[in-house]
Design a binder for this molecule. Sequence first.
Ligand code: PEP
Length: 247
Amino acid sequence: MTKPQPLIAGNWKMNGLGASLGEARAIAAGLGATSARVALCPPAVLIHRMSEALKDSAVLVGGQDNHWDDTGAFTGDTSAAMLADAGAGMVILGHSERRAGYRETDDIVARKTLATLRAGLEPIVCVGETLEQRKAGEALAVVTGQVRGSLPADLAGKAFSVAYEPVWAIGTGLTPTTPEIEEVHRAIRATLVEMFGEAGKGVAILYGGSVKPSNAAEILHADEVGGALVGGASLKAEDFLGIIRAV
Ligand code: PEP
């Protein structure tokens, strides 16, 4: 099994208006030669305009969540098919802000992942421990439990990635040490191989949590790190490009 192609994905969260598409265009213009796949995941209402703006570039566009059902009476929600129709090629699922703020359980994330697959999109499934769980020595058990519970068996043979995002590192400027990142990524890899056999070796395991140009090279070259999920630093072309150049 060959090493997965690195993926650098930007999560704009609830940030960005039409005027922000200039940053997306600047990322596409500055990309140059890279061995990584690069994606931007803006708010759902920007997906269509961003995919139009980036259609002649190598930058992919993704969503930040989708409902577990395909259609129906779910006021305010967005289906995976709608994201695909708007131009998305991938979707972030199970982000800790959704797990914590919207009570998304592993089971809900798994059901959402199935909906993502039905729409032909590539899921990026997020997992990660809280600071209390890390301090209690539970990080590996929590993260591998989330991997087992959030990834449905139907992912076998499909393109997907897992993002390890320690909750305490998201948007805080704090990052785990490189050995701590490697320990968790190796445990995720072993779990993926248990679940999907040899194919589990081909899944990119992204790190996410306060990645910036100054720490990207060390993180991205750590063992079993196959890319990054980037929040704040993906909003500025210069910062996001700095991370991509560190691959
Ligand atoms: C994220 O929200 O997925 C994230 C990693 O955020 P930040 O890079 O801002 O910590």
